[in-house]
Design a protein around this ligand. Structure first.
Ligand SMILES: [Zn+2]
Length: 302
């Protein structure tokens, strides 16, 4: 059937060709137009042509989705023990000399602490390593936000320009990759929590902005002061421990929760690192004290 169709088609185009030439041409064309003949050629060349085809790429293996969320910062409901008093050690202004010493002491004594860090202090590789070590040490240590520039030490100007100060805190949050929205204002003790805004007139505008974007602001109850110039501790370990006891006996911002402000750099020498060890050792002797990170302070927004 196929051959007949091929010959018929050829004959239609040969109507005006002389008979002898037509017969000769018919013989040639019959072979060329013969479907069976063509099929034979295809059969010979078939395998070669198949071989030339590119091998289809194997289907890509299914890739498991990359989980970029650091689950150690997933919040779990925190249950407070009403028979305990919670102590929050906070170290400000790092990363700097002394940060590592504070970490060493807290690790050695098995207590939790919070590091309020300054973005620009982590601009170099060494600072980034310290910040990352703090962050990776959660839940023992918590990284929190203490601004990017530390107000350039011009607090009045900083807080009188809330656009500028708010942007400075957001820059620190991004550059340090702070896990929670918890801030301590440079040079000013203010409190912004769920249903609370306790701030002085100077910092009120920036506190309102931070509150509206979900930030908490943490002040302090007691401060371990430092000397001007060298920034060494003023109070002895026993003295600051007695101050903490006093605050814990109903004289803190929130009953049964006491926040201590200190600074990393105060403990950068072996002698003052030992003072920190002595202070925490005294506090640990009270079985009612529990050391917590500041994200477990009551009433924070998450
Ligand atoms: Zn500070």
């Amino acid at each position: 059937m196929a051959t007949f169709v091929a010959q018929s088609t050829c004959m239609l185009s040969l109507k005006r060709v002389p008979p002898i030439l037509c017969s000769l041409t018919l013989l040639i064309l019959a072979a060329g137009c013969n479907t069976a003949g063509t099929t034979a050629v295809v059969k010979k060349e078939g395998p070669a042509e198949v071989a030339k085809q590119p091998t289809p790429a194997p289907a890509p293996a299914p890739v498991a989705p990359v989980d970029l969320v650091d689950h150690k910062f997933d919040r779990q409901p925190f249950t407070y023990d009403s028979t305990k008093k919670y102590i929050y050690l906070t170290f400000d202004d790092g990363p700097m000399g002394g940060t590592k010493d504070c970490m060493d002491v807290c690790r050695q004594l098995g207590v939790k602490a919070t590091f309020f860090m300054v973005g620009r202090h982590a601009a170099d590789k060494w600072g980034k390593i310290l910040v990352n070590e703090i962050k990776q040490s959660y839940p023992q240590f918590l990284l929190a936000n203490h601004s990017y520039t530390h107000a350039n030490e011009h607090y009045k100007f900083f807080y009188q320009h809330p656009d500028f100060s708010e942007a400075d805190f957001l820059k620190a949050q991004d550059s340090l990759h702070v896990p929670y929205k918890i801030i301590r204002l440079p040079g000013n003790s203010a409190w912004v929590r769920k249903g609370e805004d306790k701030s002085s007139h100077l910092v009120s505008a920036v506190c309102k902005r931070l509150d509206s974007t979900g930030y908490n602001v943490i002040g302090w109850d007691e401060e371990w002061n430092f000397t001007r110039g060298q920034s060494f501790p003023v109070q002895s370990p026993a003295k600051i421990a007695s101050q903490m006891d006093y605050a814990a006996s109903g004289h803190s911002h929130l009953k049964n929760h006491v926040v201590l402000l200190s600074h990393d750099r105060m403990f950068r020498t072996p002698a003052y690192k030992d003072s920190l060890t002595k202070f925490i050792t005294i506090m640990k002797q009270n079985p009612n004290y529990v050391f917590e990170t500041i994200d477990n302070y009551p009433g924070l927004k998450f």
